[in-house]
Design a protein. Structure first.
Length: 255
């Protein structure tokens, strides 16, 4: 295990990313445990921070911690592996605190325990998935081109092909995201075939693409809504139960 860690993490320069990932996950689990204890009104657990009656959300501390970690990463010499790893860990803690209240930032109101607050959980899961894929060595929009033994003209042509492919993938990712398929669009940065599927298939009915391209009463909008009811909603209900199991049940009255 130690040999794998050295070869795959330390020698590849991914130690700061590894520290970010671990501290991000640990901070998210801790803060969710903390808010559930506060919600359950456990007496021995410290409550919310409310100086003068002002409730200071943990994203405020997250912003400060992110700033400290980001500035530290800019000032630590590249030769200091420990310093860069420490900066990554600090940044991971701050990022978790901020993303855990992403829905509050998005809505500019306290929707933490409502159904709208599940957006925060989605943001955390997406951040963990993307950073985890990077940690495993995946690179977004990377194109491997074999150039050994090729002449100068061939290498130049292959480079243009790679750049063009990346541009097409970026455009497909944009279309997929505008169609309301966030998970597919972000995953497709690592698996481009998903972008092609996401860009070709119908948009989700509430997405910007559907509002722009599918007139009311059109066949495409009707089909999109039918697919949403038949395929998306059952999956959404299962995901909601999984989110509630991990981070706590939402307030049904405020959903």
């Amino acid at each position: 295990m130690e040999g794998w860690f050295t070869r795959s993490i330390v020698e590849t320069g991914r130690l700061p990313l590894f520290c970010f990932f671990v501290s991000f996950l640990a901070a998210f689990l801790f803060i969710r445990f903390s808010v559930r204890m506060i919600r359950a009104e456990v007496r021995w657990w410290p409550g919310n921070i409310t100086p003068g009656g002002l409730h200071i959300h943990h994203m405020v501390f997250g912003v400060v911690i992110m700033l400290v970690g980001g500035v530290a990463a800019l000032t630590v010499p590249d030769s200091s592996a420990a310093g860069r790893a420490g900066a990554g860990a600090v940044f991971g803690v701050g990022s978790a605190l901020v993303l855990d209240e992403f829905a509050l930032i998005l809505r500019l109101k306290d929707v933490y325990w409502t159904a709208q607050g599940r957006v925060s959980v989605d943001a955390v899961f997406i951040a963990l998935a993307l950073s985890g894929m990077l940690l495993l060595g995946a690179h977004p929009l990377s194109i491997g081109v074999v150039v050994s033994g090729a002449d100068r003209h061939t290498r130049a042509m292959l480079a243009w092909v790679a750049h063009l492919t990346i541009l097409v993938n970026v455009l497909l990712a944009g279309v997929t995201l505008f169609k309301g398929k966030v998970a597919t669009g972000l995953s497709g940065l690592f698996l481009p075939l998903l972008l092609l599927v996401g860009a070709i298939r119908l948009a989700r009915p509430g997405s910007p693409w559907a509002r722009w391209r599918y007139p009311p009463g059109s066949a495409k909008l009707t089909t999109a809504r039918r697919r949403e009811q038949r395929l998306r909603l059952p999956l959404t209900r299962k995901m909601d139960r999984l989110r509630d199991l991990i981070v706590g049940r939402t307030d049904r009255s405020g959903s």
